[in-house]
Ligand binder design. Structure first.
Ligand SMILES: NC(=O)c1ccc[n+]([C@@H]2O[C@H](COP(=O)([O-])OP(=O)(O)OC[C@H]3O[C@@H](n4cnc5c(N)ncnc54)[C@H](O)[C@@H]3O)[C@@H](O)[C@H]2O)c1
Length: 345
């Protein structure tokens, strides 16, 4: 029986990972430490809330006393908890540094006092490499970090702490650098769910700038498989890119979603770009592929499965479109939509 301390398990990827783990491994025990920020939704784990293999602890990864209490129980740590939305990091960078850097340090400090711990899997991001253009070589794990947003800089800071704890304290940390995830239960403020739910509500789809920013869309279940593999096969001290080679522009993604839902492309609006918006990310994922992982979902399957989930689950996302979300949406897009350029095909 292995015990997993999962941080941020009520969020998008963390909840998918916990469901994946408990379905695949009947003897696994999971403690989910989550603060329940606006991004954490306990509904994401309603299927396992009564399972005696699962325990939820509401709390902050920056709370050293709480983290020290939970850590000795864990064979594995899977660290997802973070402030994750780049747009919000431009509005309030401090909370990103607090959770993504200081929170990671707090977990590492407790982990180094825990002789039982076999692996600390730190979930970083492809954004630590900074902007990569189609004419550039795809990022490899030894490339320098050139983060350009407060989000990616805070993730890079957390990852640097991990690396220091490997060299200094021989902590068995493995680092994952995944591409943009999509799939069930992603907060509706993120690009694919925002386009999908706005389309379902016949509302405009705000697209930053010219919509030519390129992202690799990794289906969350493929990502969970990769993380599971790294927990057991990842080398301590090593980082692993996790990409699906499903690169498309934001505009192509929005058009594809509208076509799937049989909604007019005229719902697209081009709005003022975000400051410092990276034009693209490209990962070379040869290292994790050499361990035997490859994604099972191409671009089409990734978006189709995701859109279908939102179509089938209005009772999940309609309550999230609440007054708090409306306030955020107005702040982020209100003026932009008032000054938007229409879609011209
Ligand atoms: N979503 C993506 O496309 C993507 C891509 C690459 C990397 N990542 C990384 O994967 C991880 C998970 O991303 P996600 O999209 O699931 O995020 P999310 O925003 O959906 O969920 C984050 C979770 O962390 C919790 N949390 C936030 N601050 C906390 C704190 N101080 N203490 C305890 N819990 C806290 C929230 O309540 C929430 O449940 C993050 O580390 C993110 O940087 C995400």
């Amino acid at each position: 029986m292995s015990k997993y301390l999962v941080t941020g398990g009520c969020g998008f990827i963390g909840s998918n990972f916990i469901l994946h783990l408990l379905a695949k491994n009947p003897s696994a025990r999971v403690i989910n430490l989550d603060k329940l920020t606006y991004a954490g939704n306990p509904e994401n784990l309603s299927d396992v809330s009564g399972d005696d293999r699962y325990r939820f602890v509401q709390g902050d990864i920056c709370d050293a006393a709480l983290v020290s209490e939970l850590m000795p129980e864990a064979d594995y740590v899977v660290h997802f908890a973070a402030e994750t939305h780049v747009d919000r990091s431009l509005m309030e960078p401090g909370s990103f540094i607090q959770t993504d850097v200081f929170g990671t340090y707090t977990l590492l400090e407790a982990a180094r006092q825990s002789p039982r711990l076999k692996r600390f899997l730190h979930v970083s991001t492809d954004e630590v490499y900074g902007e990569v253009l189609p004419t550039d070589a795809a990022s490899t794990e030894t490339d320098p970090f050139l983060p350009r947003s407060p989000y990616s800089a805070s993730k890079a800071g957390g990852e640097m702490q991990c690396r220091a704890y490997v060299s200094t304290y021989e902590l068995p940390v493995v680092i994952a650098r995944p591409a943009n995830n999509v799939g069930p239960r992603q907060h509706i403020e993120k690009f694919v769910p925002l386009c999908t739910t706005n389309a379902l509500c016949d509302e405009p789809l705000p697209i930053y700038g010219d919509g030519q920013q390129v992202r690799d869309r990794l289906f969350v279940e493929d990502h969970c498989e990769a993380l599971d593999l790294l927990l057991h096969e990842g080398e301590p001290g090593e980082a692993y890119n996790i990409g699906a080679d499903n690169q498309r522009t934001n505009l192509e993604v929005a058009e594809f979603i509208l076509d799937l839902l049989e909604k007019p492309r005229s719902l697209i609006r081009f709005v003022e770009d975000r400051a410092g918006h990276d034009r693209g990310y490209y990962l070379n994922s040869g290292k994790i592929r050499s361990l035997g992982w490859s994604p099972s979902h191409d671009f089409k399957a990734t978006i189709e499965k995701t859109v279908d989930w939102y179509l089938q689950n209005p009772l999940w996302w309609e309550p999230v479109r609440d007054a708090r979300f409306a306030e955020y949406y107005q702040q982020q897009y209100g003026k932009r939509l008032a000054e938007a350029r229409p879609y011209t095909g």
